[in-house]
Every structure is written in C-alpha cells, then in structure tokens.
Write a protein that binds this ligand. Sequence first.
Ligand SMILES: Cc1cc2nc3c(=O)[nH]c(=O)nc-3n(C[C@H](O)[C@H](O)[C@H](O)COP(=O)(O)OP(=O)(O)OC[C@H]3O[C@@H](n4cnc5c(N)ncnc54)[C@H](O)[C@@H]3O)c2cc1C
Length: 214
Amino acid sequence: MTGGTVIVGASLAGLRTAQHLRALGYADPVTLVGAEPHLPYDRPPLSKQVLLGEWPASRTHLVTEGQLAELRVDARLGAAATGLDRDRRLLTLADGGLIPYDFLVVATGSRPRELPAPNGGPHVHTLRTLDDARLIAARLGPGRRLVVIGAGFIGCEVACAAVARGTTVTLVSREPALLPQFGPDVSSYLARLHRDAGVRLLLDAHVRSVGPAG
Ligand SMILES: Cc1cc2nc3c(=O)[nH]c(=O)nc-3n(C[C@H](O)[C@H](O)[C@H](O)COP(=O)(O)OP(=O)(O)OC[C@H]3O[C@@H](n4cnc5c(N)ncnc54)[C@H](O)[C@@H]3O)c2cc1C
C-alpha cells in the first residue's frame, strides 16, 4: 500500500493542502499530523473575538471531524513530528510512532519571537495558539494589569481587546511610532486611537528583562 501524502502541520496551510489534493482528484491516503490536540482552527480570531470573550473556541474551527472523514483525511492530532528518515520515507512522531509517506508536505508555520531574557515566570504568555488565547482571555478584566510587548497588528489587537474588557494596558514597542510602515499620518492616528481607548503607549522602548509581578 502507498504511504500517500503526509502533511505536517494541521493548521490553515496544512488543511487547505489536504482539501485541495482531494479537490484535484488525488486518491491516495492523506495524513494530517498536528502537534496541537485541536481540529485545525483559524488564528485571526484569537487576538480579536476570542480575547474579547465573544466567541467560544469551537467557533474558530476550520473543519469538523465529519468533514475530515468525508475527505478521507487521517488526522493525527496532538502528535508532534520529531524526526524524518528521508531515505526510508518515514516520519517519526513524539510518541515513537512511524508514518510512511510517498510525499511529505511541511506546513509547520511560525512561532513568536522569544523575549531577550526568558525569565518572566507563570505570568508571561505568548499568543500563538488557541490554548494561549484561552489562557490570556481568562486573565483579562477589571483590576488586572497587562503589558503587551510588540506593537504590530497582533500586539495592538491584544491591547485593544484587553482594554475593552477593563484591563489596564501598557503597549511596548521598540519602534519610535506605532505601525510605522503606514507612514506618519496613519501612525499618529492609530496612536491617538489607542490612547483614547485607554492604552498607555511606550514607544522606542527596548525590553531588557521581565521580572516577577510587583
Ligand atoms: C493571534 C493571531 C492573530 C492573527 N491575525 C491575523 C489576521 O487578522 N489576518 C491575517 O491575515 N493573519 C493573521 N494571523 C496570521 C495567520 O494566522 C497565519 O498567517 C496562519 O495561521 C498561517 O498558517 P499556517 O498553516 O502556515 O501556519 P500556522 O497557523 O502557524 O500552523 C502551523 C501548525 O503546525 C503545527 N506544528 C508545528 N511544528 C509541528 C511539528 N513538529 N509536528 C506537528 N505539527 C507541528 C503547529 O502546532 C501549528 O498548528 C494571525 C496570527 C495569530 C497568531
């Protein structure tokens, strides 16, 4: 039997690859390997509707188990790929399982940049996954203080969602202006919007370390 196509990374790119293979008439086995235990989900709502508490996690799912079964996609979720034997065309999973393949697609996405000094402890979170978003969402609210490091789109969205939920928010950026790629007019407009919403902006600020909560 053919090993078919094995896709590592069960998020948007991995799922769309599986769906399009079937749409193109590919009939061999398709296996979708995902490190996270969840069905493929959409990340954009994580920093918006999920943090605002407007959407349950399930609403971010891009597909149901039934739809994956209809597509004849074998989803191995909660199973990180840890090794590859290219000569024998074998993928190794964290639990020691081996998956043979004819074709391998790597769709493992990206990770947040780490802090320069990763000494923050249990109060420091990154936002990349559904579990991250749920954890952060549960900690927002009146009486809570949040520092957001990184003022790109996601940082700005987190700051706005948190302040809308009554959290005291400081947004730190190493850039001298907010989203400077849009030019000075848009940048100062966005800075005003954030300040008016109650977000404290610290621009041109470089984080050296993160200590325990005071
Ligand atoms: C909070 C947030 C908000 C965003 N908002 C927007 C937005 O508004 N608009 C927009 O255009 N984009 C937005 N993005 C970006 C968008 O979500 C990404 O571009 C998109 O998720 C990329 O999809 P991907 O499948 O390539 O990678 P990813 O979504 O990063 O998925 C990669 C998957 O691979 C898995 N994986 C990694 N290593 C392994 C391994 N060894 N074994 C098995 N699985 C593995 C990971 O667990 C992950 O599920 C946002 C991203 C985040 C985090």
